[in-house]
Every structure is written in structure tokens, then in C-alpha cells.
Design a protein around this ligand. Structure first.
Ligand SMILES: Cc1cc2nc3c(=O)[nH]c(=O)nc-3n(C[C@H](O)[C@H](O)[C@H](O)COP(=O)(O)O)c2cc1C
Length: 191
């Protein structure tokens, strides 16, 4: 069975982003073996001088190197992350930095960097409080994920989003979430 890594970067018990993501991951679980990585309270360290020095000496925690190898070997990646401060939670950036390892997710020769990942499709699921659409210059999560996909060689990116949720009635929120799930389920058939 092909492998899918689900990076759950939702941070609230009642997360609306997770309400959209879970049925989509369930649907994808019919065709993929799912590995879930839950970032809330996972405690990935900020990459600073100590970690860089270790890396320069060839030291990377085996647990992280192994996880990075699984990401590089995954056929699909799904990311669920709420829209925070015009992007995604920093826990996700910290996770990416810990997983972004030379000779595993990317490599370089004398002229350029290139991705080493097998993944051909990434699905990014989000909800936004304000009325900001995917592709709006104020929306800085999708451009970053697209750029990282380029570095790692992850293939195409699809985005499922629900917007203006902090300014919608509970009924409208439920409708936007069920619309996003329906759009996502249709997308998952080709994903
Ligand atoms: C720490 C934090 C930062 C947020 N920053 C933004 C923001 O910059 N722009 C925005 O539109 N909504 C922002 N929101 C609102 C969330 O995007 C919105 O409520 C979203 O639906 C939360 O997703 P969740 O239910 O999965 O946690 C923020 C919410 C939190 C908790």
C-alpha cells in the first residue's frame, strides 16, 4: 500500500481545521497507509546554534533522521494547519526545519539545490478567521508550503480552505466546513 504522511498542526481541541481534515484523511486511508504526526506539544526544538553545530559534525538525532527519511519516502503528504498571524503556526515551521535535512529531503551539487522526496502531491487544509482567500498576498502560508515543496521536490499542491470563520454565524461556519469537506472528498478521489 502507498504511504501518506498526515502532519496535523492544529492546536485546539475544537479545531475547525481538524474537522475538515479528519474525514479527508479517513477517505484517503482507504487507499493509503497513513502515518500521523501531531505537532501540538510534540516539542520539536527550535533549530539554533547547538543543532547547527551538531549537524556540521554529522550529528542528527536518529529519531528525526528516520522521520525525515519517512517523509522523503512518502507518496503523499497532507498538512492541516490553521491560519495564524497570516501564515501557519510556528510549530509547523520548526517541524519543517527539523525535517529539512541535507542528503535526505534535499541535496545539492556545484550549481543548484534539488529535492529528494518521492511525494507527487501535497494537500494543505486550513481555516482562516478573516476573509482572506488562498493566493491573496496577505496569505503567506500557501506560498511558503509551495516554496518548500520546490526545495524538497514534493510535486503539486492542492489547498482546501474555509474563510471568514471568525465573523460567521455558527450555522454559516458549519456550512463552510461541510462545503470544504465535500470539495476535499471530491479532490481526494484523484489525489
Ligand atoms: C494565535 C492565533 C492567530 C491567528 N491569526 C490569524 C490571522 O492572522 N488571520 C486570520 O484570518 N485569522 C487568524 N486567526 C483565526 C484563525 O485562523 C481561525 O479562527 C481558524 O479557524 C482557527 O482554526 P482552528 O479552529 O483549526 O484552530 C488566529 C487565531 C489564533 C488562535
Amino acid at each position: 500500500m502507498k504511504k501518506l504522511i498526515y502532519i496535523d498542526s492544529t492546536m485546539r481541541e475544537e479545531s475547525r481545521t481538524r474537522r475538515i481534515a479528519e474525514p479527508l484523511v479517513f477517505e484517503l486511508g482507504k487507499r493509503y497507509e497513513i502515518e500521523r504526526i501531531r505537532l501540538d506539544e510534540a516539542g520539536f526544538p527550535v533549530v539554533g546554534s547547538r543543532i547547527l553545530n551538531d549537524r556540521n559534525n554529522g550529528i542528527v538525532p536518529e529519531e528525526y533522521a528516520e522521520m525525515s527519511r519517512r517523509i522523503a519516502a512518502a507518496d503523499r503528504i497532507v498538512i492541516a494547519a490553521p491560519f495564524w498571524d497570516m501564515s501557519f503556526p510556528s510549530a509547523l515551521k520548526v517541524f519543517f526545519e527539523n525535517m529539512s535535512l541535507f542528503h535526505i529531503t534535499f541535496d545539492s551539487d556545484n550549481t543548484h539545490c534539488y529535492g529528494l522526496c518521492k511525494c507527487e502531491k501535497v494537500l494543505y487544509i486550513t481555516t482562516r478567521g478573516m476573509n482572506i482567500h488562498t493566493g491573496d498576498p496577505l496569505e503567506q502560508a500557501t506560498p511558503y508550503i509551495r516554496a518548500l515543496s520546490h526545495l524538497w521536490g514534493l510535486g503539486t499542491l492542492d489547498v482546501i480552505s474555509a474563510e471568514n470563520l471568525d465573523y460567521s454565524t455558527p450555522e454559516k461556519i458549519d456550512k463552510k466546513i461541510s462545503d470544504a469537506i465535500a470539495e476535499g472528498i471530491a479532490l481526494c478521489k484523484e489525489f
